[in-house]
Design a protein around this ligand. Sequence first.
Ligand SMILES: Cc1cc2nc3c(=O)[nH]c(=O)nc-3n(C[C@H](O)[C@H](O)[C@H](O)COP(=O)(O)OP(=O)(O)OC[C@H]3O[C@@H](n4cnc5c(N)ncnc54)[C@H](O)[C@@H]3O)c2cc1C
Length: 472
Amino acid sequence: MLTNLNNEKVNVQIPKNFDVAVVGAGAAGITLTKELSSLGKNVALIEAGDYEYTDESQEIYIAKTLGDHYFDLDVARLRYFGGTTNHWNGWCRSFEEEDFKRGYLGEEYKWPITIKDIDPFKEKACDILEIPKSFKDSYFKNSKIEKIEFHFSPPVRFRDKYYKDLINDPKVHVFLNANLTDVQYEKRIINSLQLSSYNGIKATVKANEYVFAMGGIENSRYLLWFYKKYKNNFIANDNSLGRYWMEHPHFTLGKAIVDKRKVSEKFYSLSAEAQKNMGILNCGFRIVELDDTSLKGLLREILCVAPTIGKSLAGLAEKNLICGLVFRAAWEQAPHYENRITLDNEKDKFGIPKPILNWQKRTLDRKTVIKSIEVFNQWLLEIDGGRIQLDDWLINEKDYPTNDEIGGYHHMGGTRMHENPELGVVDRNCKVNGSDNLYMAGSSVFTTGGHNNPTLPIVQIALRLANHLVNK
Ligand SMILES: Cc1cc2nc3c(=O)[nH]c(=O)nc-3n(C[C@H](O)[C@H](O)[C@H](O)COP(=O)(O)OP(=O)(O)OC[C@H]3O[C@@H](n4cnc5c(N)ncnc54)[C@H](O)[C@@H]3O)c2cc1C
């Protein structure tokens, strides 16, 4: 069933009491709704935007950023059915075992779950994203370096893949142009949601359980807003609320000339043991081959500064045994208390304060990429596999470049999972501390971010949440 609030003339009364109301129809919300319906639950799927992009919805995503240079927030996410999957790139890889074992770095790194809690949902998540189910990773003997595999979703556009099924599903009621504007509650229990269209038509939706799946900034924004309005009625405290927000810094580290026979993979990272020994986080290297002209230019530069090595490389180039590479990295950012979403004084058209993102890369973030590239460089020398020419900002400890990739548009943390309610917002089952029936879905629940792209684990955790809601 479908109700498009923008097409209604008067306020809408929904008599039905749904099993679950899911707010936000992106990767997390759609996965959750499909799974809940297949397990027999009646679901309201509430989406702020329309089926297509509209300016009136998207402009609600305009918000300020403070700290390091970041993307405009209305470019970094999409606000219509299918959410940001309407323009994601499809890179897929899930968390690694060591991502859940960072407690040695401090309490704030401790997940309340392990890889074993999300692994059972990996195959189904891979089916949803239309990628192979296994990832072939392997270690090099006696080395700190491992080869890792990414898979690429076509990329699945959740709207195109699921919209028709959802509006024709007798167990699902889709609401479009339905902006969450308020909640009615009694102590720890949410009783209903207040929704509004852009032309002021209102609807109230009632359910037994509620899930916010509005993306990695809005989830924090709404909880912060409700905490401000209703204090600790259904949100235990605001100690960590909006905090420990994370991205994956993405930067070019330099160029390299490598022996094709020895360096043939596109993706590498460091072993868990190496990361632990150096007290750093996870870092993935992404290697892009240079064309012939760029390779020749790089060889000329090397001939100027290191003629002996340059001559030997030029000899190998003639035999087509080497190639030139651009060396990029995407890495894990430390969960830092001061990286956070706060509420602005400026409000959106529904009177809800806009979010402000305060994001900075910190000391451990820099240490992670520098140590990781040092280890990779060392490995290259040991196997006589090539030479890396690092970019100036890395060698001379300059600021990060602003004309690079910067980040992955990955919005993690803010309503994080933690056993200790002072250090987290949701419990191991994504339930908001202080509430009996409010849950969070999406990468806002990540305790730490790993170095891989977030959508595959978002889908896994949404499937896990659906199963929890059905079995609890
Ligand atoms: C350019 C780009 C490239 C990317 N590439 C990759 C990639 O290669 N690999 C990867 O893993 N990830 C990638 N991502 C990130 C990926 O898109 C997100 O991880 C994913 O879409 C998050 O899913 P989500 O459901 O949590 O949020 P979203 O997909 O953003 O969905 C949130 C939904 O909530 C709705 N909503 C918001 N506010 C309200 C409200 N008040 N009331 C009702 N509904 C509301 C929104 O309209 C939206 O539909 C990329 C992102 C961008 C921008």
